[in-house]
Design a binder for this molecule. Structure first.
Ligand code: DC
Length: 228
């Protein structure tokens, strides 16, 4: 019987260290890496460029759904130097802007947008497997994943990480507003009716508050069941 490809689902709130962990686990195991948040961010970027704001009326929602259906997003390069291209334009940096983060949380609550992204994510990772990072990977996209990890950390640790990440990119922000933005986003992501953020059945909860990146990566790799 053909063996199923190895698929590792990493879900969790913003700032838990999902991206860094998923990238390093992918490199360690020689697996593809899929950042599903970047797909929602790409829809958000296009919506913002189309002049749509966070308060969407019915027409606005329909416009966002149409953008999601027509989305041309590509991932280029290896996991450590991943670039995201939308319609051929490198938008890797633009996707991290605070207003895009906020809008991504809004557009990702629209069920038709989710349906479209989930369909694409399954297509992308079904063949070769991979390390797939997001909010609903273990609960909805790949409930049969080889390993499901729910990566979390204390709220103040997560806010500090986001703050440091923004500072490193030269973005001037107040610590309080970064923490408040994150609280608002986490609340929206975990209370939306469609695919709320929560640990999947069978997921292993890893708290990264007091662990280094290398320790988290070791912990995730050690959780992989032995290949038969
Ligand atoms: O992981 P991230 O911060 O790049 O995600 C951006 C937004 O997209 C976040 O508000 C949650 C949402 N998202 C989601 O709903 N489902 C996913 N699988 C990935 C991200």
């Amino acid at each position: 019987m053909a063996q199923r490809p190895v698929l590792i689902a990493i879900d969790g709130p913003a700032g838990a260290g999902k991206s860094a962990t998923a990238r390093e686990v992918a490199v360690r195991l020689g697996l593809p890496y899929l950042d599903t948040g970047a797909m929602y961010r790409a829809v958000a970027l296009l919506a913002a460029r189309a002049g749509l704001g966070a308060e969407l009326d019915a027409a606005g929602r329909e416009a966002v759904v149409e953008l999601a259906r027509r989305l041309d997003v590509r991932f280029l390069g290896d996991p450590r130097n991943l670039r995201v291209a939308v319609e051929g334009e490198d938008v890797t940096g633009a996707l991290r802007a605070p207003e895009v983060s906020r809008m991504a949380s809004v557009v990702s609550a629209i069920p038709e947008v989710r349906r479209e992204m989930v369909r694409r994510q399954r297509e992308l990772a079904a063949l070769a497997g991979g390390v797939v990072e997001g909010r609903d990977i273990g609960t909805v996209v790949f409930p049969d994943a080889t390993l499901k990890v729910f990566l979390t950390a204390a709220p103040e640790v997560r806010a500090q990480r986001r703050f440091d990440e923004l500072s490193a990119r030269g973005v001037v922000a107040r610590w309080e507003s970064v923490a408040a933005e994150q609280r608002e986003r986490d609340l929206r992501d975990s209370t939306r009716p469609d695919s709320p953020l929560k640990p999947a059945d069978g997921a292993v909860i890893v708290d990264s508050s007091r662990l280094s990146l290398a320790e988290v990566v070791d912990a995730v790799v050690a959780l992989l069941p032995p290949t038969p």
